[in-house]
Write a protein that binds this ligand. Structure first.
Ligand SMILES: *Cc1c(COP(=O)(O)O)cnc(C)c1O
Length: 362
């Protein structure tokens, strides 16, 4: 069986280095927000080409804290793709703001720039873009719209570590960006972790306050913050794995290229191949009409798949107030997508088996 994801196997190449940093971590007796976190913040900022990185507890917090740090008036409208992981939407609700959905382009799965302006009102404050599956959004168009309408651009880069657009990395393509280092991400910790990147020094300071009870000086609280600190152990693991991110992404791109040039089944709609060397290929997502039959066929042939994601955010029980709204493109995507295994643990034999089996589906 080729599992969709085997985290143990994915982390195996780093195990001996991680054991080393773990024993050093034990020796220090310092567990939260320390030297490892600082080292990681500096290294990740440098890697992405940003001036400021602030480590936080997870990706959802990173998004929420960014939104809080801008101090938008309550219920301000935030433009967000209707086709995304629920965290992007929850961050807006949790920050006391209003998500305004914009449909994606069916081919890229990312927010359609052409549909953004019709949703802008005098209450709109920001566009929250999501680089879904590791493909950067059309940032030139989006930034132009934001500039014209005086809006902030916030990136949900949780799937886009090392993803490139116009020569710059995800995380530096807007005003502020949120990363997740959940274990399954391209750069994954061994627990929860996240970070905010921003070129805006004032926002960076605000984010730092918010992650630590609104406090810079111990027991002095400047804003109503929260506890979203990053711990030393996760940061130490990320410091090891960051050094291999480019190589890991190279492996992902090689697998993506292999799928793109060798899967030729007309029943399977492939992802766009115009930015093979720039996308981070967090997920390799195809579309098929009868998804369950396709998944069963793959499963019978020893291939695990997953779905990202089965229910559109506006169809979730948590957003029952939106149950009467209609976003047909998102609904179609959520009905048809299937993710094929694409990760650094796959062998050449496994990759070829996946290609052969997908081509045999009829
Ligand atoms: C993983 C993910 C998040 C949330 O990250 P957590 O660390 O799980 O909170 C947000 N947005 C997207 C697109 C994600 O894939």
């Amino acid at each position: 069986m080729i599992p969709f994801l085997n985290l143990k196997k994915i982390n195996e190449p780093y195990e001996s280095e991680i054991k080393d940093v773990f024993s050093k971590f034990l020796d220090t007796g310092w567990y939260v927000l320390g030297k490892q976190v600082e080292e990681f913040e500096n290294a990740f900022a440098k890697y992405c080409g940003s001036n400021n990185c602030i480590g936080v507890a997870n990706g959802l917090d990173a998004l929420e804290i960014i939104l809080k740090s801008y101090d938008f008036p309550p219920y301000s409208e935030i433009i967000v793709p209707s086709n995304t992981y629920i965290a992007s939407i929850l961050s807006i609700s949790n920050a006391g703001l209003k998500p305004v959905f914009v449909e994606p382009e069916i081919r890229s799965y990312n927010i359609d720039p052409v549909r953004i302006e019709e949703k802008i009102t005098e209450n709109t404050k920001a566009i929250l873009v999501v680089h879904l599956y590791g493909r950067a959004c059309e940032m030139d168009e989006i930034n132009a719209i934001a500039k014209k309408n005086n809006l902030k651009v916030i990136e949900d880069a949780a799937q886009a570590h090392g993803s490139v657009y116009g020569g710059s990395l995800a995380g530096t393509l807007g005003d502020a960006a949120a990363f997740s280092f959940y274990p399954t991400k391209n750069l994954g910790a061994m627990g929860d972790a996240g970070a905010v990147l921003t070129s805006d020094k004032l926002i960076a300071e605000k984010v730092k306050l918010h992650r630590n009870y609104g406090s810079k000086v111990k027991y002095q609280n400047e804003v109503k913050g929260r506890n979203s600190r990053l711990d030393e152990l996760q940061a130490a693991i990320l410091n090891v794995k960051l050094r291999y991110l480019d190589n890991d992404n190279l492996i992902r791109r090689t697998i993506a290229k292999s799928y793109l040039s060798n899967i030729t089944n007309p029943m399977v709609i492939m992802p766009l191949d115009d930015r093979v060397n720039e996308d981070s290929w967090h997920l390799f997502v195809v579309r098929v009409q009868d998804r369950e039959r396709f998944r069963s066929f793959l499963s019978e042939n020893g291939i695990g798949t997953d779905i990202h994601y089965p229910i559109a955010p506006h169809k979730q029980l948590a957003y029952s107030e939106l149950s009467k709204t209609s976003f047909p493109i998102s609904e179609q995507i959520h009905k048809e997508v299937v993710s094929l295994p694409l990760n650094t643990a796959l062998t050449e034999t496994e990759i070829n088996h996946i290609i052969n089996i997908v081509n045999l589906y009829k």
